[in-house]
Design a binder for this molecule. Sequence first.
Ligand code: NOJ
Length: 547
Amino acid sequence: MATPLWRNATIYQIYPRSFCDSNGDGIGDIPGIISKLDYLHDLGVKIVWLSPIYASPLDDLGYDISDYYKIHPDYGTMEDFEALVKEADKRGLKIVMDLVVNHTSDEHEWFRQSKDRNSPYHDYYYWRKGKEDNKLPPNNWTSMFTGPAWEYVPEVDEWYLHLYSKKQPDLNYHNPAVIEEVEKILRFYLDKGVYGFRCDVINQIFKETLEDGKGKSEQARGIEHYLMKEGNHKILQKFYEDVFSKQECVVIGETYNVDRENGIRFLKDHEMDMFFQFEVMGVDQTPSRVFAKKFKAESFKQLIYKWQKDIDWNANYLENHDQRRSITRFGDENRYHDESGKALGLLNLTLRGTPFVYEGEEIGMIDKKMGEPEDSKDVAVVTVNKIVKGYHLPRWFRRSLCNRLDRDHARTPMQWSNGVSAGFSSNKDTWIPVNPKQLDKINVEAESKDPSSVLCFYKEMIHLRETLPSLYDGSFVEVPTKGNLIAYKREKGEEVCFVVINLGKKPLSLASGFIPKGASVLISTYMDKKLPSFSLRPYEGVLLKVK
Ligand code: NOJ
């Protein structure tokens, strides 16, 4: 069997609301994406994953779907979507959709109908009587966005479960009709020519029991009753047997708090082709995410190595629409913006697995200075802010917590130029403000003209990766190092590549013989192809061919 595309490709994630606005309403749209397909083709990515574009009241900016078979008018029409698939195909690009089926919007027709206790839709969701004469929720679970996970509806005289915002009621996967509905959605989009799905919080869909959860946490209390349960594995296997096994496609799991054991199972039993782990993203925060932790390249590296060694094929990522920008978190956005951006890019693009590049990552976009938490567009932060306010903590603490958690950082408009609204829109009022910080330098237009830019590095690296079997298919071999020095080999047959990266501000000296004899430089982040014999400059990374 031929190697499937997703094994060799780099995947690019688009957050459609913030990518490119074609009609000047300040909101990104599908024709805007079509207009940038040549850019993506030139960049060298082969698969494009779109965050949700379906009909939605946008409480969680599209992760709350009110009709899976309609496109949100902000983004265009179903015809626009079909045109996108076709135009992408002409350029050898495949489209991956976001599949959000742990929950729907509370404005979905199924949910509206479910309020009638005699309707077959009632059992599409978790409707239950509460405790203490229906005055208290059915259990003590708290949502992923903090606060209670149940909402009482007087007209039904029952409570419904929502692991996310109260406008995102959870679907009941004990009901076979729900599974059938999901398979119908999958087939609908596969028939339209999409190449696969990124499956939102797919390891939480099956609630094994509705018993009280342990602990006192304001966030995700009860998770032990629904994270990666046996029933969850069975449902994913069914999707594979009924739908995915019938054609070449890719299934990518967003698997919150996944562990090694379940990760191995997901792949072994064809439940998905790869998944996003969350451990690496936790490197600079405490498990509750309430407190920041100083970033240490050493811990970062160990976590990455661990997943490289434990799991045969990883979905490698350093950014997405839920995470702050990687240069701000793991690099140095002020003194070593380009250097650290390229070093992180080299890392992400040379690990074993499929690399994901999030829009703007390839030009080194950075976090934005946020205003008041109340102004955030992110429902998660708005919810956290309300809860934290109740604790009467100092204002600076609440602000800094919300700023750190705010997903708006990753959602500011894509910076195409230094012009009006960063070239994202002709409208100077965009749905979320442009990040003005270093905009004159961090934009596609400027970076395209500078051969040593972050963008040019990404382009060269993405193309290079495709030509080297050791990189797209080889094994991962850790080279033991200390502190900020990251080193590993990638091997396939006779071919051996060696990656060495200084993920810190200070030059690093290398022991003699550390760089294998006869090695030649394929690409270096300083773009001067200098063979590092004794030291690496700040945030310098080099990809060498040993054999
Ligand atoms: C994960 C998505 O990436 C995030 O944006 C969303 O808020 C939650 N799932 C709920 O759908």
